[in-house]
Design a protein around this ligand. Structure first.
Ligand SMILES: Cc1ncc(C[n+]2csc(CCOP(=O)(O)OP(=O)(O)O)c2C)c(N)n1
Ligand SMILES: [Mg+2]
Length: 628
C-alpha cells in the first residue's frame, strides 16, 4: 500500500529541509525577520518538539487526540505552550476513532498522538478502520531513543514501525531531527492524496528535545493522476443514448455534492451510494434511490437499478461507479449485480475493476472526473425522464410506509422505530455515528441523509465500539452541531469509558444505546445456522449508575409510546446524555442479513450444505436449546 508518490514527496521534502539546514541559520532578531519572510515554513532554531508542533499548526490541526507518555511529555508540553488544541482520551483505540471522526466530519486529516508499544497496539484497530474506510489520519507516534546514547531493552521497544505498516497507507520513520517538519507535513498531503488513509510519523523520543536550525518549506502537492485515454472511452459509453445509466457513488464523491447531482441530472441517471457514500447526494433528490443496489440495501435502489418485471425499458444497462470500491459489507457479500456495461472511476488504481467486470477503468479523483463530464455536457445529455422519476418516487414512498410498520415490542422498542424517531428529531445537519449492531443496516436503509458528511459508519473493518469515540472526536471540532451515536450494548461495553471524556470536556454528544443484553447480530447469524446461540448474552448493566459515575445526564426509554418525546428531550439537553433504549428486536427482518445469508449459503458445497442441514434438523427437535 505504500505509494511511491508519497515516498517520493517525502524524500523531496526532507531533501529540501536538509540542504537548507546545511547553510546553518543564525539565531536572534535577524533570524526572526527571516522567519517572517517565510510564511508557511517551519523556520528557525527550535527543538524537534517545537518543529513538530509548528508543522501541525501550519496544517491547521484543530485537535490532537491521544495520551502522553514518558517519550512524548516534551511534545505535549509544547502543544500547550504553542496553544495547539489537544484532547486527552482514556484509551488509544479511542484516539484513532476520534481522529477518524474528525476526518470524516471535516474532510481534513485527523491527528492522534500516542506512545510506542501499548499506545501503538491499542490504536491499531482504529487505524485499521480508517485504512479500510479511506479516512485521512496523521498518527504522530513516539519511538524508543536512537543514536549513540541509545540503550538496549528500552521500555516500549516493540517493533513499532513494523506494527504500524499493515494498518497505514504509509509509515514515515524519522531518523534525524531535521526530518521532523517535512515528514509531518508530507503526511498531511499523503493522507489526502489519491485514496485517503492513515499515515504514521514515527519519531524517536530523543529527537524531540534536540535543537536544530529549521528551514523547512511546505511540501509541493503533486497533481492527481487523471487517465485521459480511459476518460475518453468512458465518455463514449456515456454518450450512447440507447443505454440507461445508473450511478453508484462512494465516499470519494462526498465533497462533490453539486457536481454529482448535476451529472445525474445530465444523464437522467438514478444514483445509489455505498454506505459510506450516504450523503454524497441528498437522499431527497428526485434521482437518489438510497444505498447499495442489491437485495441487501435500500429497496428503491434495487427496484430502480434492476428494473421491474413487465417494464422492459426499466433498469440500468450502464453502471457509472465513482469513488467506490465494492467492498464486502457495502455490497452485501458481493450482491450488487453485474450490469451490461460498467465504467469504474477511482483515485486508487488498486481498487479498479476488482469485483465487477468493467468496460473501462478510469484512474481519477471523483471531483475531477465529474467536472470533466460536465465540461462535455452536450455529448452525454439525456432528455428529462419523467417515468423514471415517477418510479423512484413511488419506490421511496413504499419504503417510507415500511417505516410505519413498527412492531409493538413485548419488552421494549423496535429498533426501526428508533431509527425513524432519530430522523424525525435530529436536525438536518446533525452528525449521526452508527456502530456494529444489526441496527447499522436498518439505519443505512431508512435514515434519510440530506447533507454530506452527516452519516458515519465503521464499514469495512466493522470495529465494534467505534461510534462513541468517533462521535466525541467529531463533536470536539463541530461544537455548534448536534452529534449523536446509535450503538448497541455490546459495542458500548467496548468503549463506554470514553463517555467520561465527553463529560469532562462538556462535549454534548447524545449516546443512544440499544440495550438487549445480547449480541443480537451474532444471535441472528448463529440461530439460523446452528439452532442455538453461543457466547452472545451480555450482563444487565445499571445504566443510570453508569451515567452518574461518568457525569453525563441519563434518559431511559422503555416503550414506543415515550420514544419521540424522550429522544427529543435528549437532543435538546445542552450536555452529554446517555440514553438507554430497552430494545426488542423481536422477529424484525434485516434485509442486509437475509441477503448475505442467502449468498453465503449459495456458495457452500453440496457436502457442506448437507452437514449444516443435518445439524439444523437434529437440533430443531430439541425445543430447549442450550443457549450461551
Ligand atoms: C472488535 C469486534 N469484535 C467482534 C466483532 C463481531 N461482532 C459483530 S457485531 C457483534 C455484536 C454487537 O453487539 P451489540 O452492540 O449489542 O449490537 P446487537 O448485535 O445487539 O445489535 C459482534 C460480537 C466485531 N465486529 N468487532
Ligand atoms: Mg445488543
Amino acid at each position: 500500500m505504500e505509494a511511491s508518490l508519497t515516498r517520493r514527496g517525502l524524500m523531496k521534502a526532507i531533501a529540501a529541509t536538509g540542504s537548507v539546514l546545511a547553510a546553518k541559520a543564525t539565531a536572534g532578531p535577524v533570524h526572526q525577520v527571516q522567519a517572517a519572510r517565510h510564511p508557511g515554513w517551519v523556520f528557525g532554531r527550535m527543538t524537534g518538539a517545537q518543529a513538530l508542533t509548528e508543522a501541525l499548526l501550519l496544517e491547521g490541526t484543530g485537535c490532537v487526540y491521544g495520551i502522553p507518555g514518558a517519550q512524548e511529555n516534551e511534545l505535549w508540553d509544547t502543544f500547550k505552550q504553542k496553544k495547539l488544541p489537544y484532547l486527552l482520551v482514556t484509551h488509544e483505540y479511542s484516539a484513532a476513532c476520534m481522529a477518524d471522526g474528525y476526518a470524516r466530519s471535516t474532510g481534513r486529516p485527523g491527528v492522534l498522538c500516542v506512545v510506542p508499544g501499548p499506545g501503538i497496539t491499542n490504536c491499531l484497530t482504529g487505524l485499521g478502520e480508517a485504512l479500510l474506510d479511506s479516512s485521512p489520519i496523521v498518527a504522530i507516534v513516539g519511538d524508543v531513543g536512537i543514536g549513540e546514547k541509545a540503550k538496549p531493552f528500552q521500555v516500549h521497544a516493540l517493533a513499532n514501525v513494523d506494527l504500524l505498516r499493515p494498518v497505514c497507507k504509509s509509515v514515515y520513520p524519522v531518523q534525524t531531527v531535521d526530518q521532523i517538519p517535512g515528514a509531518v507535513r508530507q503526511a498531511f498531503l499523503a493522507a489526502l492524496c489519491g485514496e485517503p488513509g492513515p499515515i504514521a510519523v514515527v519519531v524517536p523520543y530523543n529527537l524531540l528535545i534536540e535543537a536544530a536550525d529549521f528551514r523547512s518549506p511546505p511540501p509541493a502537492a503533486e497533481l492527481p493522476v487523471f487517465d485521459e485515454a480511459a476518460f475518453q472511452k468512458a465518455l463514449g459509453l456515456l454518450a450512447d443514448r440507447s443505454q440507461r445509466v445508473g450511478i453508484y457513488a462512494g465516499f470519494g464523491c462526498m465533497d462533490f455534492n453539486a457536481d454529482l447531482a448535476a451529472v445525474a441530472e445530465l444523464l437522467q441517471a438514478p444514483v445509489a451510494t455505498s454506505v459510506s457514500g450516504k450523503g454524497a447526494i441528498s437522499e431527497t433528490h428526485s434521482l437518489a434511490v438510497g444505498w447499495g443496489y442489491g437485495p441487501h440495501a435500500s429497496e428503491p435502489a434495487e427496484l430502480v437499478f434492476a428494473g421491474e418485471r413487465g417494464h422492459p425499458r426499466s433498469g440500468i444497462t450502464t453502471l457509472l461507479a465513482i469513488g467506490v470500491k465494492f467492498s464486502e459489507v457495502s455490497t452485501g457479500y458481493y450482491g450488487n449485480f453485474q450490469p451490461r456495461h460498467v465504467i469504474h472511476v477511482d483515485a486508487n488504481a488498486g481498487n479498479l475493476g476488482r469485483v465487477l467486470e468493467t468496460d473501462v477503468c478510469v484512474q481519477a479523483d471523483a471531483g475531477v472526473f465529474l467536472g470533466r463530464v460536465l465540461a462535455h455536457a452536450d455529448m452525454v445529455r439525456r432528455p428529462a425522464d419523467q417515468k423514471l422519476c415517477g418510479r423512484i418516487k413511488q419506490a421511496k414512498a413504499a419504503a417510507a410506509r415500511e417505516l410505519c410498520d413498527i412492531k409493538p415490542g413485548k419488552c421494549g422498542v423496535d429498533p426501526l422505530a428508533v431509527v425513524a424517531s432519530l430522523r424525525r428529531n435530529l436536525p438536518d445537519d446533525a452528525l449521526l455515528f452508527t456502530d456494529v449492531t444489526v441496527t447499522e443496516h436498518l439505519a443505512a436503509e431508512h435514515f434519510i441523509v440530506g447533507k454530506p458528511r452527516t452519516f458515519f459508519n465503521p464499514v469495512d473493518n466493522q470495529s465494534m465500539g467505534w461510534s462513541i469515540p468517533a462521535s466525541i472526536g467529531a463533536q470536539r471540532v463541530n461544537y455548534g452541531k448536534t452529534v449523536a451515536t446509535l450503538t448497541g450494548d455490546g459495542c458500548m461495553l467496548m468503549s463506554a469509558m470514553e463517555m467520561s471524556t465527553a463529560a469532562r470536556e462538556g462535549l454534548p454528544v447524545k449516546f443512544f444505546i440499544l440495550d438487549d443484553h445480547a449480541y443480537h447480530y451474532m444471535q441472528m447469524l448463529q440461530d439460523a445456522a446452528y439452532k442455538r446461540t453461543t457466547a452472545t448474552h451480555l450482563a444487565a448493566i445499571n445504566y443510570q449508575a453508569l451515567a452518574q459515575a461518568f457525569g453525563v445526564a441519563y434518559q431511559e426509554i422503555g416503550s414506543q409510546a415515550e420514544l419521540d418525546a424522550k429522544v427529543r428531550g435528549a437532543i435538546e439537553h445542552n450536555g452529554p446524555v446517555l440514553v438507554r433504549i430497552a430494545t426488542d428486536y423481536g422477529d424484525r427482518k434485516i434485509r442486509w442479513i437475509e441477503a448475505v445469508r442467502k449468498r453465503y449459503s449459495g456458495e457452500l458445497s453440496a457436502g457442506q450444505k448437507m452437514r449444516f442441514l443435518a445439524r439444523i434438523g437434529v437440533r430443531s427437535l430439541n425445543h430447549r436449546p442450550e443457549n450461551d
